[in-house]
Design a protein around this ligand. Structure first.
Ligand SMILES: Cc1cc2nc3c(=O)[nH]c(=O)nc-3n(C[C@H](O)[C@H](O)[C@H](O)COP(=O)(O)OP(=O)(O)OC[C@H]3O[C@@H](n4cnc5c(N)ncnc54)[C@H](O)[C@@H]3O)c2cc1C
Length: 386
């Protein structure tokens, strides 16, 4: 039986561990946290991400945990339209999913064949003629395949592809889900999804619908502001967010008023520089595969990071079906790196429109269509065998 060690139990790691276990691999999943925790944030899944979930056999219950996201357009803080919502050219609308609902689906997909080890922070990875191995300073885990799913600051990537580092884009982002019992009722004249840009700041909210069945419901929002991560405790960060977005059109201040410090997740915004030279590194008779943010962390302008992670996993599963691992990892890299580079180009185009200090100047230069075109281009994915 072929063996795999998956490092990191975020979306990419959980999906990989389940996919490999379901196709007959003996899998050990290592996570530095003491237990597997769901993200408290929500995610937009674009049609490519949904297709990847389907290829992984995990889309079965998606309809019951997701809510379609209608085109939002873009407003100014005073509520005036910068870009009015138009008809979408996407094959199907994106959907929004609560991180905890998605986590539940991935945990169910692990089955009982995965050996989950919490409290293991991988620090070393060896690339020699021997089988790949990672270690936390106490225990060494050796396998035919090691999958680096340990996020943007991947320790495994640092050991095997040291030229790549995470470079800040000069922004910090906050995500939160206001649970259904605290979420303000959106007035009928407000759409369930909205995006607002104003001098260096961006706020996007999305309703997760009513609580019920298998959905948790609530309202999700993402705020992006220029500058470094804030060192204040969450209550101080929330106070700053309320000040920065005071006076913005409804429902922005109302959503921040109903948010509690424990709802907040603060994250850096940036991308890997340079993109790793390969996503598959042969080592001895086996090798390493990079998936998710460990392979291609990028700013959330297009909200594609998790979707790309799911594409990675579906592709890895497809190339590993038969044959020796070395050529399979080369094929994985061939199918993924070009695709990711193309999405990165679209993401940078959108970022160039969003990032200037004066958003109005930026949007004027970039033309409104840049967002829709980039979103459509980013969702074009040939599938795991493409
Ligand atoms: C503000 C914001 C909004 C976003 N919105 C969207 C969206 O709407 N749609 C979308 O598709 N994407 C979105 N993204 C991107 C998406 O969140 C990420 O791409 C995705 O979560 C990456 O998942 P991952 O599993 O690769 O990494 P992570 O979620 O970072 O998981 C890495 C895991 O590895 C563990 N780990 C780290 N180091 C070690 C170690 N040394 N040893 C053991 N374990 C380790 C961590 O504890 C963690 O559990 C957004 C990102 C941001 C910042």
């Amino acid at each position: 039986m072929r063996t795999a060690v998956v490092v990191g139990a975020g979306i990419a790691g959980l999906a990989t561990a389940g996919a490999l276990a379901r196709t007959g691999w003996k899998v050990t999943l290592l996570e530095r946290d003491d237990r597997l925790r769901a993200s408290r944030a929500a995610l937009v899944l674009w049609p490519n991400g949904v297709r990847a979930l389907r290829a992984l056999g995990l889309a079965g219950g998606l309809d019951s945990i997701s809510t379609p996201v209608p085109p939002a357009g873009i407003r100014r803080p005073d509520g005036q339209w910068l870009v009015r919502p138009g008809a979408s050219d996407l094959e199907s609308p994106p959907v929004v999913v609560h991180g905890e609902d998605l986590h539940d689906a991935f945990i169910a997909g692990l089955g009982d064949q995965v050996d989950v080890r919490g409290g293991v922070e991988v620090q070393s990875a060896r690339v020699t003629r021997e089988r790949p191995a990672v270690g936390d300073g106490r225990v060494t885990f050796e396998a035919d395949l090691v999958v680096a799913a340990d996020g943007a600051d991947s320790a495994v990537r640092r050991r095997i592809l040291a030229a790549t580092t995470f470079a800040s884009a000069g922004f910090a982002a906050w995500r939160a889900v206001i649970p259904w019992y605290r979420a303000p009722q959106l007035p009928p004249d407000l759409p369930p999804h909205g995006e607002t840009l104003g001098a260096g700041h961006r706020f996007v909210y999305t309703s997760l619908g009513e609580q019920g069945g298998s959905t948790r419901g609530g309202i999700s929002w993402v705020a992006t502001v220029p500058g470094a991560l804030r060192p204040e405790p969450p209550a101080g960060q929330l106070a700053l967010l309320r000040r920065w977005f005071a006076g913005w059109h409804a429902p922005v201040p109302q959503l921040l008023a109903e948010t509690e410090p424990d709802d907040l997740v603060q994250e850096p915004v940036g991308e890997l520089a340079p993109l790793p030279e390969t996503f598959g590194v042969p080592a001895g008779p086996g090798g390493y595969a990079l998936v998710g943010d460990a392979a291609h962390a990028m700013p959330h302008h297009l909200a594609q990071g998790a979707c790309l992670a799911l594409e990675d996993v579906a592709t890895l599963q497809a190339v590993l079906v038969n044959g020796p691992l070395g050529p399979a990892l080369q094929e994985y890299n061939r199918r993924r790196r070009g695709r990711v580079s193309r999405v990165l180009v679209q993401s940078r185009k959108v970022g160039a429109a969003l990032q200037p200090k004066s958003r109005l100047a930026g949007l004027g230069r970039a033309r409104p269509g840049v967002f829709d075109k980039a979103a459509v281009a980013a969702t074009e994915w040939a599938g795991p065998t493409g």
